[in-house]
Design a protein around this ligand. Sequence first.
Ligand code: GDD
Ligand code: MN
Length: 391
Amino acid sequence: MDDLTAVPEPGAVTVIVPSFNESGNVRELLHRITESVPSRVPCEVIFVDDSTDDTPDVVAKAAQDCPFPVSVIHREVPVGGLGGAVVEGIKAAASEWIVVMDADLQHPPSLVPELIAAGESTGADLVVASRYAKGGSRAGLAGGYRVAVSRASTWLTKALFPRALRGISDPMSGFFALRRSLVVAEGMAQELRPLGYKILMELAVRCEPQKVAEVPFTFQDRFAGESKSTAREGLRFLRHLVELRTARPLWRMLAFGLIGLTGFAPNLLALYGLTAAGMHYLPAEIVANQFGVAWNFLLIEVLLFRTRRHGRTASRLARFALLANADLVLRIPLIALLVGTWEMDVLPATTVALLLTFVLRFAGTEALVYTRKRTGYTRKRTNRAARQGEQ
Ligand code: GDD
Ligand code: MN
């Protein structure tokens, strides 16, 4: 008895497997998890499945040979893709440890106990299985193109989040273990807004784990089927990066400004076209400005305020255009005021006016166009209401 209590029991683990048409892989995966996880470790496997093939049925059949519980959460609407599926699984898990791994056996199941052991011995909240740590390799990453893309996105991500990703050599990895407490704290799971493949990046940036550990691994070849990653995933990844980086208002304002700068291109192009077609330059200025406004609207809708688009698009566009044009109208009297009353020189006055109207426009866009829905509060309230309803 004594030596049993001397060795701390490893915590229970839930293995979350996002799956999308992986019927050729799931049986083998369950088989290898069974072989890898010692029977004394309380283990459970949850598939979060968006398949259009018979993957759920194959899982259900294969589960009969497993010594641990296996369940499938099948989603009719695949919100957030791979990342959304993982968050769904995290919300369903109840164990101390959660391991996320792909269904296609590119992530060796034999590493599951090792990831948890590394977490337990170092006290880390997050343990990343890394292809880029010493001893790891990306052998199964098919083709020079995928390798280059993976390298470039790793570099970009680390450059944008040097602090949050310190100690993580492979933020693109889809194989990792985390303590449930990391995501349960302060309703963290509600804060997660994954978009596509890079769920580890989302977790590391939003949950700010105190301590991170890494275990090197060799990225294997796919067992069966083919990768679901597409060029569209690449675009989603870039949007995801922007979204994470602009979670703070100052960064959001910076991005807003950068997008505004790109709006000069369609503006000038339209101005050129309209005047070339014979329009007087003054009305042309006004019309051309609307091209810039439309361009900016498109970009901020997709890049900056994806999760804050409430109500009708036409109504948002109208409010946004109103603010953008008010900005023009406001600037001239403001410059007149600065120069006339405060006796500023024209250039500094114009600079001050530009900056001021920019900040005002940003604040106005935040407050009047992309109003925040207080989901956190509503959720709490509905929960309490639900509980009272039960009693
Ligand atoms: N539920 C669900 N919904 N699962 C999905 C979806 C989806 O929309 N898309 C993909 N999956 C599942 C797949 O079935 C597989 O189990 C896992 O997510 C990974 O998908 P793959 O298509 O095999 O991705 P990959 O091999 O190209 O990329 C993997 O390795 C990358 C490292 O290079 C992933 O783990 C990436 O996250 C990782 O960055
Ligand atoms: Mn894969």
